[in-house]
Write a protein that binds this ligand. Structure first.
Ligand code: G3H
Ligand code: 13P
Ligand code: ZN
Length: 309
């Protein structure tokens, strides 16, 4: 079994009214928890790696872990670079075995975003790799940069952007945001479905991506806080809104914070109940189990991609 690109996955997802989960991976337990869930639910999968993950675990370890997951599960899995900052990091991942990269030029002026994205697309397509671009900017924390306000995607630009760059999928900003604090206390969670609908009309059949789409599952936040954590006001995107997006043009939904929370809640609980433990296998086993159960819930409740592998 070899890595797949997202082309076939997205085509089927678009037509079938579901989305593929793109989960951030940083170590073996995270890879195993996610892939066990996908195997049990027979779901296609995108495993994605950020610059921070490559710095933490090293490129080669992450690629080998994903190769092991492919061999172990036989599932269709794409390996994707999350938030590629420049041409060099995209090239390094394309040359280093990834099947998909994101070039995140969303913070550059429009024309600069186009020329950078186009350069990555030309290189990637020559090597059989697909590319995700981004238009509009999410609020929230990303790579130590804190963006205060959403810059919602302008639907008037999407067709021109896709035509000029040749990207295979497009991330848009409709009110999701990175991290565990997506709405202010008292603020009603909402997304700009009007923008999503407008984008979908202008790009019929074209796969749209949502970043910042963790639900910041309340049970995990409660558990973290119960066992000595301090995450007041952590709140995410309601599951029904994500499901609605997945039924339409959204084919890829990015999830990282929910993995972090699931793991942290399990580890905190473990130490509260077993304060004398010092064997990492003892606390990483419940952490991996928590990831598996959480990802299964996403596949069924949010993504709708069970039995689509
Ligand atoms: O969108 C960002 C992802 O959550 C990755 O986060 O850069 O801390 O690995 P990271
Ligand atoms: P969350 O912080 O909502 O999990 O978003 C992750 C993401 O968008 C990774 O690119
Ligand atoms: Zn993101």
């Amino acid at each position: 079994m070899t890595l797949v690109t997202t082309t076939e996955m997205f085509k089927k997802a678009y037509e079938g009214g579901y989305a593929i989960g793109a989960f951030n991976v940083n170590n073996m337990e995270i890879v195993q928890g996610i892939t066990e869930a996908a195997r049990e639910e027979k779901a296609p999968l995108i495993l994605q790696v950020s610059a921070g993950a490559r710095k933490y675990a090293k490129h080669v370890y992450l690629v080998k872990l994903v190769e092991a997951a492919l061999e172990d599960t036989g599932l269709p899995i794409a390996l994707h670079l999350d938030h590629g900052a420049d041409f060099e990091v995209c090239k390094s991942c394309i040359d280093g075995g990834f099947s998909s990269v994101m070039i995140d030029g969303s913070h550059f002026p429009y024309e600069e975003n186009i020329s950078l994205t186009k350069k990555v697309v030309e290189y990637a397509h020559g090597k059989g790799c697909v590319v995700e671009g981004e238009l509009g900017q999410l609020a929230g924390v990303e790579d130590d940069v804190n963006v205060e306000q959403h810059s919602y995607t302008d639907p008037g630009q999407v067709q021109d952007f896709v035509e000029q760059t040749g990207v295979d999928s497009l991330a848009i900003a409709i009110g999701t945001s990175h991290g565990a604090y997506k709405f202010k206390p008292g603020q009603k969670p909402q997304l700009r479905f009007d923008i999503l609908d407008d984008v979908a009309k202008r790009l019929p059949g074209f796969p749209i991506v949502l970043h910042g789409s963790s639900s910041v599952i309340p049970e995990f936040v409660e558990k973290v806080n119960k066992y000595g954590g301090d995450m007041p006001n952590a709140v995410g995107i309601p599951e029904d809104m994500l499901r609605q997006a997945a039924r339409g043009a959204v084919c890829k939904i990015n999830i990282d914070s929910d993995l972090r929370l699931a793991m942290t809640a399990a580890v905190r609980e473990h130490f509260a109940l077993h304060p004398a433990d010092f064997d990492p296998r003892q606390y990483l086993t419940p952490a991996r189990d928590a990831i598996r159960e959480m990802v299964k819930r996403k596949i069924v409740n949010v993504l709708g991609c069970a039995n689509k592998a």
